[in-house]
Design a protein around this ligand. Structure first.
Ligand code: NAD
Ligand code: UGA
Length: 459
């Protein structure tokens, strides 16, 4: 099938950047991104590119080049479905918060709604592409809905999981390590391979069966998250033994079998996917009675929760066992640098713990909007919203957040934090002035020379 029009359902962190790059690299294909969230679509259509709903380095430039030419954002889902030969489902698949599998399984209701929507609207043959991260064997369910609800048009279902990381999404999309396509129909697979073939070498386009493709996505995230929990586990041992986790990471990373990437000890991984996808993997393993497999992967989450908790425990203990009424400045709220995404950010959990001890938390993040900080905390439901409003302040200026603070906690590895005038920050803080560097981005000896009591992870 020659693809002239593509529809993507879901204008989020994956749908937006991925389709922008597909449009950019395929000027002859019209790409329509649709979403039920009208505010989000309006933000994607905002003339001022700094108001795009997602912050990603390089994204605004690509949107500027393509929007209104062959890239369109709209809420008219039915029209876009009907007119397209290829439809990507790129909606959210969060952890279920109710019913069977609550807290573990992926909630597939949004994906199912999309499948039903496609089935009802389609009048011509379609290739339906799973771009969302889905449990292994979901394509079966999508196929069944499409074939039983649809009006006798032919649907091919492909799995094409996305491996981009936020903060480097555009770079990851422009030069992917691989593109994975799982499917049954060779024609459908080749139609999608051709779209990517505009800029990705064919030997990087991997064709597999659908189930391998679905499971590879969960497995990739599980392996990545496992590396972080592994180095974080060692970081705690380093703190007891005077080994330095940065030195250990460097030493093991030079072994080409281990490799040097993804070995930064931290306050714990965040983001919308690692935890959700591992919980999903654990749930699937349990559903096949593979309890040893499930327990093995669950430890990655157990360790990650422990790492977040021990950071805030240590902070409280160091501040003479009480933070009540003390000002704790938090630098960074996003789950990693170069994104405005705060989903599952470690900062939320650390702040929540400090607030339970009645600390005054002053937050600064260069890209996160003020309202998100309070929303994230209110969502946890740990205390009345009014109390969060009284105890938390969000600042546009880092030096204001830091003024008169008893301690600074670095939550996100934003580059700008490294270049702050730490001497003047020290002068304006309460003494002793503590720094808890959850990202190991500052120089311990320099910080100590200024006079800070400096704590970092695994050093
Ligand atoms: P997101 O929440 O940013 O975006 C999803 C969008 O889908 C939302 O705007 C929502 O309004 C829309 N939507 C939901 N149901 C809809 C419906 N029935 N019709 C139309 N629109 C609908 O989510 P995301 O971060 O883009 O993630 C999407 C999927 O991609 C998830 O399965 C995730 O696991 C996977 N993924 C995410 C990343 C990442 O970095 N965020 C990377 C790889 C894979
Ligand atoms: C991750 C994967 O890297 C992507 O391949 C995948 O597509 C995506 O999840 C997804 O499925 O959503 P992302 O969560 O955007 O991407 O960002 P990462 O760079 O993986 O970072 C995740 C978390 O781990 C962040 O909180 C980060 O700070 C933390 N991290 C990362 C560490 O603590 N140490 C490291 O060495 C690396």
């Amino acid at each position: 099938m020659t693809i002239k029009k593509i529809c993507c359902i879901g204008a989020g962190y994956v749908g937006g950047p991925t389709m922008a790059v597909i449009a950019y690299k395929n000027p002859d294909i019209e790409v329509n991104i649709v979403d039920i969230n009208a505010d989000r679509i309006a933000a994607w259509n905002d003339e001022d590119l700094s108001n795009l709903p997602i912050y990603e380095p390089g994204l605004a430039e690509i949107v500027e080049k393509t929007r209104g030419k062959n890239l369109f954002f709209s809420t008219d889902i039915n029209k876009a479905i009907d007119e397209s030969e290829m439809i990507f489902i790129s909606v959210n698949t969060p952890t279920k918060t109710y019913g069977k599998g609550k807290g573990m399984a992926a909630d597939l209701k949004y994906v199912e709604l999309c499948a039903r929507n496609i089935a009802e609207v389609a009048t011509t043959d379609k290739i339906v592409v799973e771009k969302s991260t889905l449990p292994v064997r979901t394509a079966q369910a999508i196929k069944s809905i499409l074939h039983n609800t649809g009006n006798s048009v032919n649907f091919d279902v492909l799995s094409n999981p996305e491996f981009l990381a936020e903060g480097t999404a555009i770079q990851d999309l422009l030069s992917p390590d691989r593109v994975l396509i799982g499917g049954e129909s060779e024609d459908a697979i080749e139609s999608l391979a051709k779209v990517y073939g505009s800029w990705v070498d064919d030997d990087k386009i991997l064709r597999t069966n659908v189930w391998s493709s679905e499971l590879s996505k969960l497995t990739a995230n599980a392996f990545l998250a496992q590396r972080i929990s592994s180095i974080n586990a060692i970081s705690e041992l380093c703190e007891k033994t005077e080994a330095n986790v940065n030195e250990v990471a460097r030493a093991i990373g030079m072994d080409s079998r281990i490799g040097s990437k993804f070995l930064n000890a931290s306050i714990g991984f965040g983001g919308s996917c690692f935890q959700k996808d591992i919980l999903n993997l654990v749930y699937i393993a349990r559903s096949y009675n593979l309890h040893e497999v499930a327990d093995y992967w669950e430890q990655v989450i157990v360790l990650n929760d422990h790492q977040k908790r021990r950071f805030s425990d240590h902070l409280i203990k160091t501040l003479y066992n009480t933070v009540s009424g003390k000002k704790i400045a938090m630098l960074g709220w996003a789950f990693k640098k170069d994104t405005n995404d705060t989903r599952e950010s470690a900062a939320i959990y650390v702040a929540d713990h400090l607030l339970s001890e009645q600390a005054n938390v002053a937050v600064y993040d260069p890209k996160v909007e003020d309202f998100k900080v309070l929303n994230d905390l209110n969502y946890l439901n740990s205390r009345p919203e009014q109390e969060n409003r009284e105890l938390v302040s969000v600042h546009d200026n880092p030096y204001e957040a830091l003024k008169d603070a008893h301690a600074v906690a670095i939550m996100t590895e934003w580059d700008e934090f490294k270049t702050y005038d730490w001497r003047s920050i020290y002068d304006n803080m309460k003494k002793p002035a503590f720094v808890f560097d959850g990202r190991n981005i500052l120089d311990k000896s320099k910080m100590e020379e200024i006079g800070f009591e400096y704590y970092s992870i695994g050093q």
